[in-house]
Design a protein around this ligand. Structure first.
Ligand code: SF4
Length: 129
């Protein structure tokens, strides 16, 4: 995640740097250094930010599941952890999913694919008010 995206997410969440530091259990200085680009934003922070953002964006009980969007077969579903744990709107959160991400080993490489995926992009869309 680039620093501009972190700033954008913080603003979407309507949080100050201090608020975000408390939510992520890091120091205010750490948040400042992420936003200034002095420190790389680690995967666990990126994951938390996306997770919080996904919770902001409306009612997930009515959201379409990834296996429906991707039209996964019964066999694919059976082999996929997103199906196993019934996290069809959070498939981007876990590795080992069996869509295009199967062969990916790291969060960063998986996220390169997920960022272009409609499932992930729908999670980032503006919340309903
Ligand atoms: S590409 Fe990523 S966001 Fe899209 S269905 Fe697969 S795991 Fe989910």
């Amino acid at each position: 995640m680039e620093k501009d995206e972190l700033i954008q997410i913080r603003k979407k969440l309507k949080k100050t740097q201090k608020d975000l530091a408390a939510i992520l259990a890091v120091s205010l200085r750490t948040i400042r250094s992420y936003e200034q680009g002095d420190r790389t934003i680690p995967p666990h922070i990126e994951r938390q930010l996306y997770f919080i953002l996904s919770r902001l964006n409306g009612n997930h009980s009515t959201a379409k599941m990834c296996w429906d969007i991707k039209k996964c077969s019964a066999d694919q579903r059976k082999a996929c952890p997103a199906w196993e744990y019934r996290c069809g709107t959070l498939c981007w959160f876990i590795n080992g999913t069996i869509c295009k991400c199967t062969a990916e080993e790291s969060w960063q490489s998986k996220m390169l694919i997920c960022r272009d995926c409609e499932v992930f992009r729908s999670m980032l869309s503006t919340p309903k008010t």
